[in-house]
Design a protein around this ligand. Structure first.
Ligand code: GAR
Length: 194
């Protein structure tokens, strides 16, 4: 069974979906969570993790120099020694020191097709471009902004959505299932570091 850290910055709905799939879904017996980490002390997801009895850890990024924050985070991650780091709405770019320490072992979910839209506001982008179908991408994290190797992409039909909120609602429903499927795939197949 692989031991993993989940990193968040806010709501934590993807984190919660993964935890529920560990309890009684497709991640049962293949995945465990060592701890949930946030760079924001007020992230709602921290309370949710605590309610599930999962240890939480915070290093506030705001107000720290990038180098200082990176060193603190790297030291903590080395102590945790996870098999994989699962980013679930972690809204900060990871420094190369951290990526190099965990090559092909950091996974992210992105609410768009990473080849078409990178960075924030993936659902707003899909809505504003009047897409009938958008995609969710799960990928390994490298030093670029959403440029890492793709693990999987999934279509979301948004043709009937009239607001950005409806697009997000539909997208998140797909994210919650698809992320666990991709995590399962990575955790259960022989994984070679490139
Ligand atoms: C999700 O839609 C996730 O795909 C997105 O943030 C949201 C987090 O929601 N991530 C990114 O945009 C990363 N570039 P959650 O905290 O409820 O899981």
């Amino acid at each position: 069974m692989k031991k993993n850290v989940i990193m968040i910055s806010g709501r934590g709905s993807n984190m919660e979906a993964i935890i529920r799939n560990i309890q009684s879904g497709i991640l049962k017996d293949v995945c465990s969570i060592l701890s949930v980490y946030s760079n924001k002390p007020d992230a709602v997801g921290l309370q949710i993790a605590a309610e599930f009895g999962i240890p939480t850890h915070v290093i506030t990024s705001k107000g720290k120099k990038r180098k200082t924050y990176t060193n603190m985070l790297l030291e903590w991650l080395k102590q945790e020694n996870p098999d994989f780091i699962i980013l679930a709405g972690y809204m900060k770019m990871l420094s190369s020191e951290i990526i190099n320490e965990f090559p092909q072992r950091i996974i992210n979910i992105h609410p768009a097709d990473t080849s078409l839209h990178q960075g924030l506001h993936g659902y707003d982008w899909a809505f504003e471009h009047k897409l009938k179908t958008t995609k969710i991408t799960v990928h390994f994290v490298d030093e670029g902004l959403d440029t890492g190797e793709v693990i999987g992409k999934k279509d979301v039909d948004i043709s009937d959505c009239r607001t950005i909120e409806e697009v997000e609602q539909k997208g998140l429903k797909v994210e919650h299932q698809f992320y666990s499927e991709c995590v399962r795939k990575i955790l259960t197949t022989e994984h070679t570091v490139k």
